[in-house]
Design a protein around this ligand. Structure first.
Ligand SMILES: Cc1ncc(COP(=O)(O)O)c(C=O)c1O
Length: 410
């Protein structure tokens, strides 16, 4: 198809002028192409569990089809599911939400996007700690808001401090992104760290409109005691949008079920936007999600086994990284990513004759030369690092790490 119409370039919306396509999606595209050419690529790119969705959930989906649960549902999701989610939140956080305060969305990604659209106006600021999950930045921009990045480093395990937060809050700050465990670093905030942030936020909300978007999608993939934002700061529930979903915990990335819970007026607005865009998440997945949010001990056991396997893999990857001169890595306490510092590999001549001057170049070199897919730190707002997802078999991890080590020997 021609890229011009009547000799004029096709016009895209102004809104898109700053949009950057997802680096992980781009990497997956390149790896798929290499595989199609017969090249054996080990991918550390996937941000999703390699486990299958638990059988009980799959059976519930078949059952939903059998029972013709294949029609439109209300925007915001079926009431039974919102009730089940409310029960889960009450167990986890000790706070009671009504179904009117909840919206089931097509993954947390849709929930966050609808939330930005519902609460942000042009000129509003959205605080995003870096390294960040890229969609926060792009979604905030698409909603007309301005991302304000707080840079973090290894000295705080990539977590923002109360002092940093206080220094970045302005009367225009509309949203603070709080993500624990985080992607790409796997960092988990402790109770006292959350308490410190809550104190700053309590002072700020006395005068200004501020919402905390607490993205807890990796809450169950955590190798230390998990400190919950709303357990630490229940008094800030009216200023919080709680975001969670099934993708990671239940290996259900393709099912697209997430939720947002928060103040009713915001949720009402959010559902109204959803009703004019996606209408609601897939009906079959919603009925299957009822099983995921039931209190089945078997399912809890399946999730535990998966998390234990992730922990073993994390340790394996950390051990292999520690053996590579020029690489260091803080220990991530959650999610399934490691975020090693590779500055010691830059501007050195490898045995292959190649020298890389940035983590972006290094990631490209590792893909072209060693056939391993990693995401450069540049994609997450912090260069000199790589993100490796370890949600794959030990054999793959070992093979990939061997290739990594061999490619960067001097
Ligand atoms: C931090 C974080 N939040 C949200 C999401 C979106 O998850 P989903 O839309 O599959 O629920 C992801 C997925 O990678 C993520 O890493």
């Amino acid at each position: 198809m021609s890229s011009t119409l009547h000799e004029r370039p096709i016009r895209l919306s102004e809104r898109l002028s700053q949009l950057t396509a997802s680096a992980t999606v781009a990497l997956n595209g390149r790896m798929a192409q290499m595989r199609a050419e017969g090249i054996d690529v080990v991918s550390f790119g996937q941000g999703e569990p390699d486990f299958p969705t638990p059988t009980a959930i799959k059976v519930a989906a078949f059952d939903a089809i059998e029972r013709n649960r294949t029609r439109y549902t209300p925007a915001g999701g079926i009431t039974e599911l919102r009730q089940a989610i409310a029960r889960r939140i009450a167990q986890d956080c000790g706070i009671t939400y009504t179904p009117a305060q909840i919206a089931v969305t097509s993954g947390v990604k849709e929930g966050l996007f609808l939330a930005f659209l519902a609460v942000c106006d042009p000129g509003d600021e959205v605080i995003v700690p870096a390294p960040y999950w890229v969609s926060y930045i792009e979604q905030a921009r698409m909603a007309g808001a301005e991302p304000v990045v707080i840079d973090t480093d290894e000295t705080t395990n990539f977590k923002i401090t109360p002092e940093q937060l206080a220094a970045h809050l302005t009367p225009r700050t509309r949203v603070l992104i709080l993500s624990s465990p985080a992607n790409p670093t796997g960092s988990v905030y402790t109770e006292s760290e959350l308490q410190g942030l809550a104190d700053v936020i309590r002072r700020h909300v006395q005068e200004h409109d501020l919402l905390v978007m607490s993205d807890e999608i990796y809450d169950r993939i955590c190798y230390v005691d998990y400190a919950r934002w709303l357990r630490v700061a229940p008094d800030l529930a009216d200023y919080t949008l709680l975001c969670n979903g099934l993708s990671k915990t239940f290996a259900m990335t393709g099912w697209r079920i997430g939720y947002i819970a928060g103040p009713e007026p915001i949720l009402k607005a959010l559902r109204a936007i959803q009703s004019h865009s996606t209408t609601h998440p897939n009906s079959i997945a919603q009925y299957a999600a009822l099983v995921a949010y039931s209190d089945s001990p078997e399912l809890a056991q399946t999730v535990n086994e998966m998390v234990n396997a992730f922990q073993v893999r994390r340790d394996l990857v950390l051990q292999k990284l520690a053996e590579i001169p020029g690489v260091s890595c803080v220990v991530p306490n959650g999610a399934f990513y490691v975020y090693p510092n590779v500055s010691g590999l830059l501007n050195r001549r490898f045995a292959s004759g190649v020298t890389c001057t940035s983590s972006l170049e290094l990631a490209n070199y590792l893909l072209d030369h060693a056939h391993i897919g990693v995401v450069p730190g540049e994609a997450f707002g912090k260069a000199d690092y790589l993100r490796l997802a370890y949600a794959q078999s030990n054999a793959n991890l070992e093979a990939g790490m061997r290739r990594f080590a061999a490619a960067v020997t001097e």
